[in-house]
Design a protein around this ligand. Structure first.
Ligand code: COA
Length: 258
């Protein structure tokens, strides 16, 4: 059984806040309680002058299986203030450097949250996927804008329409990640890079990140809100209900009548 209080670990030291997704028995899938903890941590990092960089990491065997499916069925995010949307707004508008370490499966938001990180280090076992369509849903985290922008439309269509997984090598080639390392080294490298960032002139870091992100800021916020409204509605519809029920019943979904 997962202990809610341990599912998200937050530790701040030497200017770096490290947020660990720590629910390995459920493949680090994220419940609304966990999203709230993630959103709170990001908000506190935003406002705490002692925090100059943030690391988001999982376990060497799994980064995150995405939304906790049962929790999503029971407590669908229905308003813009829902924890998942709060978390996404928090990372997409986070002004300080955000570093991620990703090993094993990174499903759904496990991949899309990386679009908002500045540096991403992946284990060679990382497997990225955005199977929103397969789940009767649509993209979130502004991925419908950022994924085609990053990898070009044809590859984005494979990733988002077919929901096909891709490897760390592909992620490196398309520019989603910075480097591939042995899984046990990913968290260590992310920490090392975050410490390097934390030692740099802070105002220069903030201004450089702001300038690099400037062209996307408005469209990302707008797209995220539009996706969120569709995602929330689609969660209640038959295709998502069938996909989620099938996952829990450990069978293939049947969309033939939907
Ligand atoms: N929500 C809730 N529980 C999840 C979960 C999720 N997204 N992903 C995994 N789990 C649970 C499984 O139900 C299982 O629980 P159990 O031990 O009580 O049966 C446990 O985590 C282990 O998962 P399992 O599927 O056996 O692990 P695996 O190594 O064979 O596969 C994944 C790992 C990530 C590939 C696979 O679990 C998966 O595809 N998960 C769903 C991903 C998904 O669709 N996410 C939603 C995105 S919106």
């Amino acid at each position: 059984m997962s202990n809610h209080f341990q599912d998200i670990l937050v530790h701040a030291e030497n200017g770096v806040m490290t947020i660990t997704i720590n629910r390995v028995d459920k493949k680090n899938s994220i419940t609304s309680v966990m999203y709230a903890a993630l959103a709170d941590a990001i908000e506190s990092a935003h406002h705490d002058p002692a925090v100059r960089a943030v690391v988001i990491q999982g376990h060497e065997s799994v980064f995150s299986a995405g939304n906790d499916i049962a929790d999503f069925l029971n407590k669908p995010p229905s308003t813009p203030d829902s924890p998942v949307f709060r978390f996404l707004r928090g990372i997409s508008s986070f002004p300080k450097p955000l570093v991620a370490a990703v090993c094993g499966p990174a499903v759904g938001i496990g991949t899309t949250m990386l679009l908002h990180c500045d540096l991403v280090y992946a284990g060679d076992n990382a497997a990225f996927s955005m199977p929103f369509v397969n789940l009767g849903l649509c993209p979130e985290a502004a991925s419908s804008f950022l994924v085609p922008q990053l990898m070009g439309y044809p590859r984005a269509a494979e990733a988002l329409l077919l929901g096909e997984p891709f490897t760390a090598e592909t992620a490196l080639e398309i520019g989603l990640i910075n480097r591939i390392v042995p899984p046990l080294e990913a968290n260590v490298l992310a920490q090392k890079q975050a410490l390097k960032l934390a030692a740099k002139p802070f105002t220069s870091l903030l201004e450089t990140k702001r300038l690099m992100k400037k062209n996307n800021v408005g469209i990302v916020a707008e797209r995220m809100a539009e996706e969120g409204a569709s995602f929330g509605r689609m969660l209640q519809e038959p295709a998502a209900r069938e996909a989620f029920t099938a996952f829990m019943e450990k069978r293939k979904p049947d969309f033939s009548k939907i």
